[in-house]
Design a protein around this ligand. Structure first.
Ligand code: GLU
Length: 570
């Protein structure tokens, strides 16, 4: 077969060669000397999930922690993997950038919302890279490393059935590839002239003898050749070498993931490929492609799948888009989790030594932690919303009330617009949020914006409702009397002990025990205790029986509101 002639037949319009592209995209300065180049390659489905954030976090840290000996920093770029156009959703790129930006993850280069992207290694949308892929495929055809395959859907499914019946591996390899591999130039030409559709397949063969890479080793076990590489997270990974003639270019001229990955990560000069564990299985294919194309292979970092404990079965399982709203990154924005809390939590599941570091450096900036892929778990990472909430309580304590007030307002502006105007009074809101945070044992009941808003909503008349009933120890008559006396003696300028003294007086006068333990000992002698009397007041002022310190709350609410609410309940 004259492969040059075949290449011209298949790609007459492609005139650039791999060498041209090597010149257009030269090696990046510093990349062979310590600067780490990473990328995120989401498909534009409009759904961005915790796994993406998890991976992006690794990418971002690796790139931004690194620099070359001359100080050149690493680069983290965004590439949109939109070769599967069925999955394209309008505005998806913006969603990726915005969702990750919320967690302070920023790209240095690549696809952006305005147009085709910024940087010297574009285009950053795979759909714009057609001619590049085709130039490399054309070259592989010339070298006899790839071939056109005209097998129809029916033929493919007949092969599959035969393989399944024989309990063989499915796919096109060995004798199943013979028919297409042995087509003559004339047959191919006549197929094309009759308009038959075809794909381009890799002509798989052992790369062991021709290997030029010091990052790939080959081992033979029981007559099977294994490829061995060092994964950044998993360490040594050994897998049987590929023997499948996988599709590299689909019938519509668009590459498969395998081919696009290898071409793009080579030409964009990625040094570390961080991707989900689900791609580990195809690693032998990628190794063969890197070897055949003569490209230096990047360091792979296959991250563990995010798991959770299923509430019903108690078993570990993968997070699911259908069952687990917390898989979507939008969930955290909508609920109003503070990005710092989510980041802090992610680091605890990402690096096994993070919690220890945090305990030793409670005040340190999160970016000061030296993140390493070696400390990442390769077994499923366990995601636990309760743990995130616990961490969030601590993280929020470290954020000044004014900042938290801004955060609450921004959240409300987007996700609770009817409440946003109320939160515009930042002074009022800051005081509310600061309640009890400077005590010896600070309060830890602020977790995420939606929960915080519910928690503090009684400070706002529009949201104030009486949510609980007065305690059964207090009759309706007594309740009225308690509130009347409270209102009569109320002086907004009382300090906390003056204020409490008045409550004790009311308590004793109406036949309740001033000390709760007296009531416990002799319940027959009292109607109830000071706790019940205070609860009546709490319910009048806050609408609920549980709340931070009443005196402090009243100081924030202001005299008019307090008097209003008490009168209302009377
Ligand atoms: N487009 C692929 C995905 O969304 C990217 C995998 C990779 O990072 O190589 O899973």
């Amino acid at each position: 077969m004259d492969y040059d002639k075949l290449a011209e037949l298949l790609f007459p319009e492609i005139d650039k060669t791999p060498a041209d592209y090597e010149a257009i995209y030269p090696p990046r300065h510093g990349a062979s000397d310590g600067a780490i180049i990473t990328r995120l390659g989401p498909s534009p489905t409009g759904f961005i999930h915790l796994g993406n954030l998890y991976g992006a976090f690794v990418d971002e840290r690796l790139a931004h922690q690194s620099k070359a000996s001359d100080g050149t920093p690493g680069t983290f770029y965004l590439r949109i993997e939109d070769t599967d156009d069925k999955r394209y959703v309008e505005g998806a790129v913006e969603t990726v950038i915005r969702s990750l930006g919320f967690f302070d993850i920023k790209f240095d280069e690549g696809a952006d919302c305005e147009g085709k992207g910024t940087g010297d290694y574009g285009p950053y949308f795979q759909s714009d890279r057609g001619p590049i892929y085709q130039a490399f495929v054309k070259d592989m055809i010339k070298k006899g490393q790839a071939y056109p395959c005209f097998l129809t859907e029916d033929e493919l499914s007949a092969i599959r059935q035969e393989q399944e019946a024989n309990k063989e591996t499915t796919g096109i390899y060995g004798k199943y590839a013979e028919k297409s591999r042995s087509l003559t130039y004339e047959e191919i030409q006549s197929n094309i002239e009759s308009g038959l559709s075809y794909v381009i397949r890799l002509k798989s063969s052992s790369t062991k003898e021709a290997s030029t890479s010091d990052k790939i080793a080959y081992e033979d076990h029981d007559g099977v050749t294994y490829i061995v590489i060092q994964d950044g997270i998993r360490g040594r990974v050994a897998m049987p070498a590929n023997d499948q003639d996988i599709v590299i270019l689909k019938a519509n001229g668009i590459p498969t993931y395998h081919f696009a990955h290898v071409i793009d990560d080579h030409l964009m000069r990625t040094t570390h490929v961080v991707r989900g564990e689900e791609w580990l299985m195809s690693l032998p294919i990628h190794v063969e492609l890197f070897e055949k194309l003569g490209f230096d292979i990047p360091i792979y970092c296959h991250t563990a799948v995010l798991m959770k404990i299923d509430e019903e079965t108690g078993n570990k399982r993968k997070l699911s888009k259908r069952k687990d709203p917390e898989l979507s990154l939008d969930f955290y924005r909508k609920e109003g989790y503070h990005p710092q809390a989510v980041k802090e939590y992610l680091l605890t599941i990402l690096n096994s030594n993070y919690e220890e570091w945090r305990a030793a450096n409670p005040e340190a900036d999160i970016d000061a932690f030296a993140f390493t892929t070696e400390k990442m778990s390769s077994a499923g990472a366990l995601f636990d919303l309760n743990k995130l909430q616990d961490i969030s309580k601590d993280v929020l304590l470290g954020i000044p009330a004014e900042e938290l007030a801004d955060f609450m307002y921004q959240w409300a502006a987007e996700f609770k617009p009817q409440a946003a105007p109320l939160l515009e009074d930042k002074d009022y809101l800051s005081k509310i949020l600061d309640l009890g945070r400077h005590d010896n044992k600070p309060r830890k009941d602020l977790i995420y914006a939606r929960q915080i808003f519910d928690f503090i909503s009684y400070f706002y008349d529009d949201y104030f409702t009486i949510e609980e009933r007065i305690p059964e120890q207090v009759s309706d008559e007594d309740a009225k009397e308690i509130l009347k006396r409270y209102l009569d003696t109320y002086d907004h300028s009382d300090d906390q002990s003056q204020w409490f003294e008045k409550i004790r007086t009311i308590t004793a006068d109406l036949g309740y025990a001033v000390k709760p333990k007296d009531y416990k000992k002799h319940p027959e002698e009292y109607k109830g205790s000071v706790a019940h009397v205070s609860t009546v007041i709490r319910i009048a002022v806050m609408g609920r029986s549980q709340s931070p310190d009443v005196w402090s709350i009243q100081q924030i609410l202001g005299e008019d509101r307090v008097r209003d609410r008490i009168s209302q309940l009377i």
